[in-house]
Ligand binder design. Structure first.
Ligand code: NAP
Length: 500
């Protein structure tokens, strides 16, 4: 009998008001039921908001260094439970254990960064233009933050949002993706154990179209942070725009790796294998386009095809697996549809191109790692996000063309160039329209202490990670203190006549 999990609302683990549950199954083996998780509704969100309002009143008065101490303990507990969380995550999300360990580690890094930020949260002190007057800015908490997260980084992405929001003194309502609720449950348990006051965090499981939507439309949730698809983000953006909410959107990508003829080609091969097929291609930063210079196109493609044929597809918990399953049936069907589009557009399927066969794999959502060659810039495979183990290879004549092709898609998250030429490297950094460019490294691999995010249809100008995200979760307040004992008029008294 599968275990039943609950929401965490108003300081207690509670059943959803709807009485409904959703079966969470292992994407590598759909006969494996992980547990039943709430399908909550409006009433649960209302209750969470009422409690988070009280939590906010208390937490905003807790000194920021003390808030940081809670996150440090959370980091310690996550370290202690790293292996257990990684296994839970692989079972519900599918990616291989090495990667889920990395996902938890990113959460740990974010916890320690957030803990130390509790002792910074810098403002500015600047000179006033008037005598005997002090001028400064500092950061204040905002209120209740609604956090809506995707399936592909079940620990890292929630912590990117939650930990800075908490360090800044806000309370949070967390709605994880319905495909990965178990990792979310673990995270909230550890935060409570670390000493976070119970009404500061609310966990409401359920569908985006129900719970997520109610959160986005709720007038008492002034901050929404969303990571997910560009389509969903656009709908959320409309509502938040109308309601003047503070909104951070992190959305889709169509990332390219460029390989120049002067590159270390062995390194470039390792890079594209990891970038394209790690996490089964389900990373927002996944390499989904490979831009190969004419001079090395044929030889590089040959070597790449050999390496991709040797990748082992299987359950992420099994030792020796390189590539796990897709997250669910819809994702698998979407990959199949894109391969069909590629064939119809005349692209060459060099490797893969099929749903995986074999008894063990047909119980899960497995698709063969796939390389498409002869993809034309501007075609659907060159422009649309597949979010699966599919790499489109595009031939380019020189760096100018590579930059043009990289930039002609609607997204702008990550890019990479392999070259030994410092001029090409710096041109790429400057001219590729992305939030992140890697030189001699794949398109994936962000570190928690640097800002993360994309341009164009990938984001709306905010960044997660590093120091920048603290600005999103706090409001700037400016204070002037005039101790001159007389009325001093800015812009007037100091310029009224000659300086005295
Ligand atoms: P998604 O389908 O857009 O879902 C993301 C989250 O939004 C889930 O929790 C989902 O709930 C919820 N949601 C769905 N409809 C909603 C609505 N109308 N109102 C409020 N919330 C709603 O995305 P996904 O398939 O999980 O993730 C894949 C996408 O995320 C890709 O496009 C990828 O590039 C992007 N991504 C971007 C970044 C980045 O930092 N740029 C990082 C990771 C992923 P349920 O699914 O539970 O119903």
């Amino acid at each position: 009998m599968a275990e039943t999990f609950l929401n965490f609302i108003a300081g207690e683990w509670r059943e959803p008001s709807t009485g409904q549950y959703h079966e969470n199954r292992n994407p590598a083996d759909t006969e494996d039921v992980i547990g039943l998780f709430p399908r909550s509704g409006r009433e649960d969100v209302e209750r969470a908001v009422a409690s988070a309002r009280e939590g906010f009143e208390r937490w905003k008065r807790t000194p920021a260094p003390a808030r940081g101490d809670v996150l440090r303990r959370a980091g310690d507990l996550m370290t202690e439970h790293k292996e257990e969380i990684a296994r839970i995550m692989t079972r519900e999300m599918g990616k291989v254990l090495t990667e889920t360990r990395g996902d938890v580690q990113e959460g740990i890094d974010t916890a320690y960064y957030a803990a130390s930020e509790g002792r910074r949260l810098f403002g500015h002190t600047v000179p006033s233009e008037l005598r005997d007057k002090w001028a400064m800015s500092y950061r204040r908490p905002i209120g209740i933050c609604g956090l809506i997260t995707p399936f592909n980084f079940p620990m890292a992405i929630p912590t990117w949002k939650m930990f800075p929001a908490l360090t800044c003194g806000n309370s949070v309502i967390f709605k994880p993706a319905e495909d990965v609720p178990h990792t979310a449950h673990m995270l909230v348990e550890l935060l409570l154990e670390a000493g976070l006051p119970p009404d500061v965090i609310q966990l409401v499981h359920g569908r985006g179209s129900d719970v997520g939507n109610v959160m986005v439309e709720h007038p008492e949730i002034p901050v929404i942070s969303f990571t997910g698809s560009t389509d969903t983000g656009a709908r959320i953006g409309e509502v938040c725009g109308r309601m003047h909410k503070r909104l951070s959107l992190e959305m889709g990508g169509k990332n390219a790796q460029i390989v120049m003829p002067d590159a270390d080609l062995d390194l470039a091969l390792d890079g594209v294998l990891w970038g394209a097929f790690g996490t089964t291609g389900q990373r927002c930063t996944a390499t989904s386009r490979l831009l190969l210079h004419d001079d090395i196109h044929a030889a590089f493609l040959d070597r790449l095809a050999q390496r991709v044929r040797a990748l082992r597809l299987g359950p992420g918990l099994e030792q020796g697996t390189d590539v796990g399953p897709l997250i669910n049936r819809a994702a698998l069907e979407k990959v199949e549809e894109y391969v069909a589009v590629a064939r119809a557009e005349g692209d060459e399927v060099v490797v893969g191109g099929q749903r995986a066969s074999g008894a063990a794999l047909t119980r899960g959502f497995f698709h063969e790692p796939t390389i498409l060659a002869g993809v034309r810039a501007g075609s659907r495979l060159a422009c649309e996000e597949v979010f699966g183990p599919v790499l489109s290879v595009i031939r380019v004549a020189d760096l100018d063309e590579a930059i043009r092709v990289n930039n002609e898609v609607a997204y702008g998250l990550s890019s990479s160039i392999y070259t030994r030429d410092v001029r090409s490297a710096f041109r790429a950094i400057n001219e590729l329209d992305n939030g992140i460019t890697y030189v001699n490294a794949p398109t994936i691999g962000a570190e928690a202490h640097l800002p993360f995010g994309g341009v164009k249809q990938t984001g709306n100008g905010h960044r997660e990670g590093g120091w920048e995200v603290y600005e999103f979760y706090s409001e700037t307040k400016v204070a002037y203190v005039d101790y001159s004992g007389k009325l001093q008029r800015a812009q007037i008294d100091n310029y009224a006549g000659s300086p005295s």
